[in-house]
Design a protein around this ligand. Sequence first.
Ligand code: UDP
Ligand code: MG
Length: 325
Amino acid sequence: MQLAPALSVVVPCYNEQEVLPEFHDRLVPVMEAIGRSWEVVYVNDGSRDTTLSVMTGLAAADPRVAVLNLSRNFGKEIALTAGLDHARGSEGVVIIDADLQDPPEVIPELVEAAGEGHDVAYAQRSARHGEGLLKRATAHAFYRVMQRLGGKVQLPQDTGDFRYMSRRALDALLKLREQHRFMKGLFAWVGFPSIAVPYERAPRAAGESKWNYWKLWNLSLEGITSFTVGPLKIATYLGLATAFFAGLYLLQLVVRTIFFGNPTAGYPSLMAVVLFLGGVQLMTLGIIGEYLGRIFNETKGRPLYLVERHLPSSADREVSRRPAA
Ligand code: UDP
Ligand code: MG
């Protein structure tokens, strides 16, 4: 068995057949220029197109390519975790999207920035091309909310998954096996000396984004509820506030009845109070439900993902016995 490569590049892919060959063509010279041994781990996250055969094709032509085929689509965060589990880089790993929004040319800067003194070098967007005003505004608002709720663990702004991590930071990250994986939160939780490397985020090279606003909303919920219990406190404070105002209202009623009698008006205000309290209760139940659902999912203790096929990079593989695509 050969020695493990120094660096692993982990690339989660879902329906990326158009862009993957181009991605690989751009990745290879960049990685070769770094001058250390490397492998790239392509994770096929249950693509519905020919992404898997594109990957096995790349693996056939290049022994530095590893292919991990998941049994179905598990979502980016889990696909990424699967890739990291199977990355063998002894010095560190690079995480990058397949769609060329994270330019591979930035990788050497990341590796160099980490250098001796830092475990993590994360790429920080200085410009977002090809993303609408609304997407930028919502992303911005999300970071603000998380900053408020995050407590001790602070999320760096305008940072995605594109980053270099040392082996020890990666091993620490891989100890976190929760089902609800909000990767930005997990990266931040792990800590270690980190450094930001600014870069310009390019528009998608081909194919389409798998995100829409509903998914982004869910991701934000995921981020907040898997990262902080802040919203649970909303229930307490909403309850306290309504109880307080209800008390004032009651007092005012009593005083008014004593001095002016009771003309039995007040059906509308009664309805208003009932509906308001009903709404508050449903909302807080919903918040509790979000957490309860997550607890439920964690207690099942299922594996995070299932692997249909794993072709490691050259070290463990004889070129002639490779399965056909
Ligand atoms: N991806 C994945 N599984 C999914 C959705 C996306 O592995 O279920 C991959 C996708 O192939 C890409 C990366 O995650 O390499 C980022 O996805 P996308 O470009 O759609 O997200 P965006 O850049 O719009 O945030
Ligand atoms: Mg993208």
